[in-house]
Design a protein around this ligand. Structure first.
Ligand code: GLA
Length: 383
């Protein structure tokens, strides 16, 4: 069933209006990949693709959640049984509820409806958007507000405990604290956040490869473990504290794989610093070089890219700066998911077609790149 708004969907499912509607965006990351869990620097952007959650207090002993993606009858969640369910998207909701309960929040039962134009499994943080929306729903119903940082921490914990992904905090903070027209540089050590304006003539083109290679989740954990082993060997608390010279000097002790993991992390954090300056001064040549170097490091040293991502990035650079390309790279955790391309606004449509036809030459399915922009983080839009 197609609805024009989350309000309308709520009324149709439950026969009464919602008391609050939450709007929670996805995110892309401009640069700083696989370094948030290493106390590193990252530069995500909340994007204008959203999860919406409409909510009202419930009537019975169980909560009901209806998602436009699955359709059918609403699923039930009992507040007495907030436990992980095997392979279920409901874990993002249940996880947040369980952690709020553990903090001492008295949780009311509720009815909720979820609608979304944010692709799932595309590396655009639909899970963080859903977690954050759930937390804001409960804040709307209980009146107990959290700061964006505390909310992000709770949602990150839900992802660890209920979805089994040992993620960093970038996604949840980007979704919760993004600002329209800006990238958000986050120092993941002290969570200091700096807003960096995105130039008006710079469009962000997102291309979802529509593949998710199954190695995904287990490999994410392995990368994190590799980095922890590397920092132990190098004698630093985290790779944030290592300089490239230290990594080079430890090459023999690290062995090839840990050396490459550490080299990615340390060089990527430095690239974020340089990217921040380049963005501030609209130095698009440097932006292009840094994004390419980031992609190559993720592919060759961190081994989290895949053919579909590589072909898209290669095609973007073939399009070239003379036709308006500023830079391109994979975004998010990798093993599939999306690329981003920064492109002169008036050239975005042409780049889109170029990427589609390049992809078609190599793969059997189509991609459908979309232009997006930086928006505000998650909020209650109707109460
Ligand atoms: C996923 C995780 C984030 C981050 C990225 C890679 O999106 O959820 O915490 O580690 O991968 O940068």
């Amino acid at each position: 069933m197609k609805f024009n708004s989350p309000q309308q969907a709520f009324e149709s499912v439950y026969g009464r209006p919602p008391v609050a509607v939450i709007q929670s965006p996805g995110r892309i990351n401009l640069i700083g990949e696989h370094v948030d869990y290493l106390d590193g620097l990252v530069m995500p952007v909340a994007i204008d693709r959203h999860v919406h959650m409409a909510v009202s207090p419930g009537n019975g002993h169980t909560c009901r959640v209806w998602s436009a993606l699955s359709g059918g009858e609403p699923v039930e969640i009992s507040m007495d049984k907030l436990e992980p369910r095997p392979d279920s998207w409901l874990n993002y909701i249940i996880g947040v509820l369980a952690l709020l309960r553990d903090r001492g929040t008295r949780l009311p039962t509720f009815d909720a409806v979820i609608t979304s134009d944010l692709p799932t499994g595309a590396g655009l943080s639909s899970s963080a958007a859903l977690e954050t929306a759930t937390a804001l729903c409960m804040e709307a119903l209980t009146g107990e507000e959290m700061t964006p940082v505390n909310r992000a921490r709770l949602c990150q914990q839900a992802e660890h405990d209920f979805a089994g992904v040992p993620c960093g905090i970038m996604d949840q903070l980007a979704v919760g604290a993004g600002k329209a027209g800006h990238a958000l540089q986050i120092d993941c050590r002290d969570l200091y956040m700096q807003l960096v304006p995105i130039p008006d003539d710079m469009a962000i083109l997102v291309t979802d490869t529509r593949v998710k290679h199954s190695l995904g989740d287990g490999e994410y954990r392995k990368r994190r473990e590799d980095c922890e082993k590397a920092s132990d060997i190098l004698g630093v608390d985290s790779l944030r504290d290592a300089a490239l010279a230290l990594v080079e000097s430890g090459r023999d002790r690290l062995g090839d794989q840990l050396f490459r993991r550490a080299r990615h992390a340390v060089s990527e954090i430095e690239r974020v610093r340089q990217f921040n300056k380049a963005l501030e001064s609209s130095d698009t040549a440097t932006i292009g070089k840094l994004m390419l170097a980031s992609h190559q490091s993720l592919r060759n040293d961190f081994n989290v890219s895949c053919d579909e991502l590589d072909i898209l990035v290669e095609a973007a650079y073939d399009f070239g700066p003379e036709r308006g390309l500023f830079g391109s790279r994979m975004t998010g955790g990798g093993f599939g998911g999306s690329t981003i391309s920064l492109v002169r606004r008036d050239a975005a449509e042409e780049l889109k077609q170029h990427l589609q036809s390049a992809f078609r030459k190599h793969f059997k399915h189509e991609v459908n790149p979309f232009i997006t922009q930086a928006v505000d983080g998650a909020k209650i839009i109707e109460a």
